[in-house]
Design a protein around this ligand. Structure first.
Ligand SMILES: [Fe+2]
Length: 316
């Protein structure tokens, strides 16, 4: 069978000792062939999961037709009561990540803005609910995230990081919910920029860079008339590339003119970009990325926001 017939699923979402109810496949390293790993009725053990992780195997595969069934399995995990089940917070965060990614792909895929905003608002609420729990640990989040170069992966990670940072800064759960939704939307304008520019492996020329710099404005224009988004959310979209000393874009405004939520988005946006695969370089470690943020320091970022993010990273 071809790669097109399979969907990758994260091992971090699999529950031991209970059959997911789907055939699970592995991809052979050398031949690239998909081979059956566990049949639908054959439960995974904790040992299986440990062995997969020890070998650095973070992905298994399911047949493409099983996608909706996997998504409903994930939603069951998300809605489960942790106290009365063997579902761990880490498993739930893993499920959250996959559900958010899948929902974003389909919500933005058909370009219906009403549906997309409704979906991201629901996802914001779900995420805030999990991140604000006492059992939530930043290290669980870092363990389950993907770091490939895909717009939706970036938006998902930025949204989770924004939520963690906003919670760390002491925002209320309602605000964290809105900030998460803003994070999911922050790069909306990129959907209107030529993919050949966005995924170009070489340095962008002046014209190409001007095109990229249009994305905050494009996203903002698409959303500005909406009454179901707050000013802070809209300014996360419009101002996440502005910098404290005015060297950012699209306007070049200074710190006092940048919305506090956009300052949150700015820090985690750069951090996410540095720690993910890019067409022109490998992902950096979290510590290396933090060093780069600190070098930019208060010329670029709000010191209190940066300090809080640093403490989240160092404690994970
Ligand atoms: Fe952006």
């Amino acid at each position: 069978m071809l790669a097109l017939d399979f969907l990758p699923i994260s091992v971090a979402t699999l529950l031991p000792a209970s059959a997911v109810g789907l055939d699970l496949f592995q991809r052979e390293k050398d031949s690239g062939r998909f081979v059956l790993y566990r049949g639908a009725t054959y439960p995974l053990t904790l040992d299986d999961l440990d062995r997969l992780r020890d070998r650095g195997n973070h992905l298994l595969y399911i047949e493409k037709d099983s996608g909706p069934r996997y998504q409903s399995y994930l939603r069951r995990l998300l809605n489960a009561d942790l106290a009365s089940s063997n579902i761990t917070p880490q498993l739930q965060v893993g499920a959250l990540n996959e559900v958010v990614l899948d929902s974003l792909r389909s919500a933005f895929g058909n370009r219906d803005m009403n549906e997309a905003v409704a979906t991201v608002s629901q996802l914001g609420a779900l995420t805030a609910d999990i991140i604000m729990r006492d059992e939530f640990a930043a290290s669980d989040m870092f363990r389950v995230l993907h770091h490939d170069y895909a717009t939706f992966t970036h938006s998902t990670n930025v949204a989770f990081y924004s939520a963690m940072l906003a919670a760390g800064l002491g925002y209320s759960s309602e605000e964290v919910e809105q900030i998460t939704t803003g994070g999911l939307l922050h790069d909306l304008g990129k959907l209107d920029i030529d993919d050949r520019i966005l995924s170009k492996p070489d340095k962008l020329d002046d014209w190409e860079f001007r095109q990229v710099k249009r994305h905050p404005g494009l996203g903002f224009r698409k959303l500005a008339h909406r009454t179901d988004l707050s000013e802070g959310q809209l300014l996360m979209v419009y101002q996440h590339h502005e910098r404290m000393d005015g060297h950012g874009y699209p306007v070049g405004c200074v710190g006092s003119e940048i919305h506090p939520w956009a300052k949150i988005c700015a820090v985690v946006d750069v951090f996410e970009a540095l720690t993910s695969q890019r067409p022109y370089r490998k992902p950096l470690s979290r510590h290396k990325a933090l060093e780069i943020l600190e070098r930019e320091g208060s010329a670029s970022f709000d010191p209190e926001v940066l300090e809080c993010w640093k403490s989240i990273i160092l404690s994970a």
